[in-house]
Design a protein around this ligand. Structure first.
Ligand SMILES: Cc1ncc(COP(=O)(O)O)c(C=O)c1O
Length: 390
């Protein structure tokens, strides 16, 4: 008889674009005995989760829930619930995830209008303003932290422009939520989704999402059914609302994990958590720059939780990442799309966002890069990082 091995993995230091490391309390919560998805104990957990999630999103929206599925299910749910065939959607594209939203718009049968910005640059609000003078979209969508480029997009002005125009403002916060201020109500965001595996430091598997009153009205005014049965909020809201009617079996263990991750986040305090991401990101960026490496995201708009750094000429992307994994047990992300083979993506997200991880990566890179023929001044990156903590 064949004997199959049990699952066994190394306890990696996760410094890529996600997943990030998970707090042991979250893993322990996942081992809590199962109850049914309509058990009163589970319903109480759902209520508490919604309350904590509203606090994290900065919203009073009633429909604020985790969708069953990864961040992309949140993206799909956000778009397909409000878009009907024939609607116009204005999508801001400056990386992989704006592209993904554009793809979904087409699949909804809606008409796609794009604003494109070069990779590593933000979408300027003036361009959104100019575009809104030429079209009448139902939805304007943008990515807050573009994980493929390391940009953190300012939202205030665009939110106001979209509201003045009467469209719905849809924002992807898969990478930013719990690592930087999102402020759904403050930024006039009508639909906002995220993922659990980045700054929330929970395993991948749920997509927190919130729909404001204007978005709900658009959903309830639809002339056609939502294309996706599984992500149809008109049915899902009945399970999360007073009806508690069955739609699909909730992923119970993930719900436990998510609840615990939210408790950890709110206990740390949102402002403290955002400041921690800023602090370690500043140290990392100072260290990488002191090593002579180039940061690829537009200055002034660099995301704290994800840094894109250019790979020096003559250095092999895969050799360095393989050695980081084998010799340091550390995962770094490779470039995507336009940045494939040209950039590394360094994540400092949630539990992975620590001072010791910053110093470990900088010292490892100094060694591995110099062994690859790239000239580094030993210790320079560590001193530069240390100075930011003084
Ligand atoms: C900004 C952004 N949006 C959407 C997604 C899709 O999330 P998932 O891979 O969890 O489906 C990601 C994943 O990296 C992301 O970074």
């Amino acid at each position: 008889m064949t004997s199959y091995e049990p699952v066994q993995t190394s306890n990696r230091i996760l410094m890529g674009p996600g997943p990030s490391n998970v707090h042991p309390r979250v893993l322990t919560a996942m081992a809590t005995p199962l109850v049914g998805h309509l058990d009163p104990e589970f319903l109480a957990i759902m209520d508490q989760t919604q309350e904590m999630l509203r606090e994290l999103f900065g919203t009073t929206n009633r429909l604020t829930i985790p969708v069953s599925g990864t961040g992309s299910s949140g993206m799909e749910a956000a778009l397909c619930n409000v878009l009907e065939p024939g609607d116009e959607a204005l999508i801001c594209v400056n990386g992989v995830f704006g592209e993904r939203m554009s793809d979904i718009v087409g699949r909804c049968g809606a008409e796609l209008i794009r604003i494109d910005a070069p990779w590593g640059r933000i979408i300027p609000p003036e361009e959104v303003k100019a575009a809104l003078q030429q079209c009448n979209p139902k939805v304007v969508a943008i990515v807050h932290a573009e994980t493929s480029t390391g940009i953190l997009q300012p939202l205030t002005e665009i939110g106001q422009l979209v509201r003045e125009h009467g469209a719905l403002f849809l924002v992807d916060t898969v990478t930013s939520l719990a690592g930087a201020h999102v402020g759904v109500d403050e930024h006039l965001i009508d639909i906002c989704y995220s993922g659990t595996q980045k700054c929330l430091s929970c395993p991948p598997g749920l997509a927190p999402i919130t729909f404001g009153p204007r978005a709900l009205e658009a959903i309830h005014r639809r002339k056609t059914k939502v294309q996706s049965w599984y992500l149809d909020m008109t049915m899902i809201e009945r399970y999360w609302g007073e009806d508690r009617s069955y739609h699909h079996t909730a992923p119970i263990s993930m719900a436990y994990a998510f609840n615990e991750a939210l408790r950890i986040i709110l206990t740390e305090g949102l402002e403290t958590r955002y400041a921690r991401h800023e602090r370690h990101s500043a140290a990392l960026k100072a260290g990488l720059t002191a090593m002579g490496l180039e940061l690829l995201a537009q200055e002034g708009y660099r995301a704290p939780m994800l840094t894109t750094v250019g790979i020096p000429d003559g250095v092999e992307d895969l050799v360095i990442r393989r050695r980081l994994l084998q010799e340091y047990n550390l995962e770094l992300g490779g470039g995507l799309g336009d940045f494939k083979g040209k950039a590394w993506r360094v994540g400092l997200m949630g539990e992975s966002c620590t001072q010791s991880n910053v110093f470990l990566l900088l010292s490892a890179l100094e060694k591995l890069l110099s062994e690859s023929g790239y000239t580094v001044q030993p210790g320079a990156s560590l001193s530069a990082a240390a100075e930011t903590y003084l």
